[in-house]
Design a protein around this ligand. Structure first.
Ligand code: PA5
Length: 444
């Protein structure tokens, strides 16, 4: 990743302001690396790229091979941190049409249990049809409602199609090593299980079996993913003002200047889901104690035709972090036509990536002129190695940034409130008082 500051010059005295901030950035990084800060029991991801269970890694590859051999469709059930990383990886490397353009021997991969829609779940079941399928159920806690509902339905389908014995061969569970309902169920049923380490929270679990099994089943090179992450760890282990720390510092400097929203911008549709994971990573890590940047994502040039208006000209509350990919997965050259009805002949001989690049450069200057600062992160290409590299870069930046902000980046107390209300309204036992109180208030 190359961090470029060209889009910030008018907004931050970049080097000078970062220099003034150096001591705090160094302290935040020390807190993270020495494990002395809040949430320090969730730092297992810091050394994961070089310190992971090699036996389990080999088992992931074997399970992926088995999935590829016995099924046409793999359904990955999970939500939040147990969903977004794997999908982001598969789309990053193989594009949004990965199911249609996959090589021979690779199953289609779909994601379920990331919403509470009966229509979506019925569509998944319809889409599987008569085809052979496997399930990877992922839940660290083993008690999350969305995946539990989806699993109940798909397990039933699997057992009715293959019998209990057959289903056992086709269901893979990724969960806590000893706690939770899913662990108990997996043990009782005899499913092959993979472990979400205790010291790694959901949004930091991409490089554990949570992300690696679906990636491997989809044909991604998980050795390359881990090698990329290891290179990133090495790169950002030295000194206190490397690009990862500078990115964390710049986000906070911009927040101090009243830019309370960060838009993660891409110019490649294959990064859409990476944007979704980034939203989770940063918003769940930093949005607490009434603090934090609100991180969202935008897909350009698509969204230049919609929210681009606001970014250019609306409330001046945001900055952009642009993820620019230098080499597309494949290229198209625009050809000359006799009629030139669309007036594109002036681009004949140019690549579509060239046009994309000019859109990026033009947008960057327009948005800066409109008062929106830009942090630029350039990536060479979207392969498995770069995915691993990016994941580690952002995880570490998030840890440093959270400590700079003064929050515990590794908990998420705020996500419990809606769950308690939902359980109470559903009539779950133990929530009787809350139910009475809510029912008096909710008259939909
Ligand atoms: O980052 C997180 O902790 C959350 O997004 C969780 O990953 C999500 O709630 C799913 O939790 P679980 O894996 O326990 O089902």
């Amino acid at each position: 990743i190359k961090l470029k500051l060209t889009g910030l010059r008018r907004f931050v005295r970049t080097e000078a302001e970062i220099a003034d901030y150096t001591a705090q950035v160094a302290a935040a990084q020390d807190t993270l690396v020495s494990g002395t800060g809040a949430g320090n029991d969730f730092l297992g991801w810091l050394n994961l790229p070089v310190d992971y269970d090699r036996d389990e890694f080999a088992r992931i590859k074997q399970a992926a091979k088995k999935i590829q051999q016995i099924c046409d469709v793999l359904i990955v059930i999970g939500i939040g941190g147990s969903y977004l990383g794997a999908r982001a990886a598969i789309e990053f490397v193989n594009g949004q049409f990965y199911n249609q353009v996959r090589p021979e021997g690779i199953p289609e991969v779909y994601f379920a249990g990331n919403n509470i829609s009966s229509s979506y779940l019925n569509d998944i079941i319809k889409m599987i049809g008569d085809r052979d399928f496997c399930i990877n159920i992922i839940s660290k806690s083993g008690t999350t409602t969305e995946p539990a509902i989806a699993f109940r339905e798909l397990k039933k389908l699997c057992e009715s199609k293959y019998g209990k014995e057959g289903a056992r061969e086709r269901i893979f569970a990724t969960t806590d090593k000893e706690r939770g309902a899913l662990k108990k169920l997996a043990d009782d049923e005899g499913y092959e299980t993979f472990i979400v380490p205790d010291d790694i929270g959901g949004r930091f679990s991409v490089l554990t079996p949570v992300g690696l099994l679906p990636m491997a089943a989809a044909g991604l090179d998980i050795d390359a993913v881990m090698a990329g992450a290891a290179a990133s760890r090495e790169e950002y282990s030295h000194g206190s003002l490397h690009d990862c720390a500078r990115y964390a510092a710049l986000r906070n400097l911009l927040l101090f200047k009243g830019k309370s929203m960060e838009i993660m911008v891409n110019y490649e549709p294959s990064l859409v889901m990476l944007g979704e994971w980034l939203k989770q990573l940063f918003d769940e890590s930093e949005g607490k104690d009434h603090k934090g940047l609100f991180v969202t994502s935008a897909n350009f040039s698509t969204d230049l035709h919609s929210i681009g208006q606001f970014i250019q000209d609306g409330s001046r509350i945001m900055f952009e972090t642009v993820l620019w990919v230098k080499e597309p997965r494949s290229e198209i050259t625009i050809e000359h036509t006799e009629e030139d009805i669309d007036g594109l002949n002036y681009l004949a001989g140019q690549t579509v990536q060239h046009v994309n690049q000019k859109a990026y450069e033009g947008t960057l200057i327009a948005h800066m002129d409109g008062g929106t600062p830009n942090i630029i992160l350039e990536i060479d290409r979207t392969d498995a190695w770069h995915f691993g590299y990016l994941v580690y870069f952002f995880e570490k930046a998030c840890g440093i940034s959270g400590y700079l902000l003064g929050v515990n980046p590794f908990n998420q107390p705020g996500v419990e409130d809606y769950k308690k209300n939902m359980f109470a309204l559903l009539g779950r036992s133990g929530f009787e008082e809350r139910r009475k109180y809510l029912e008096a208030r909710v008259k939909l």
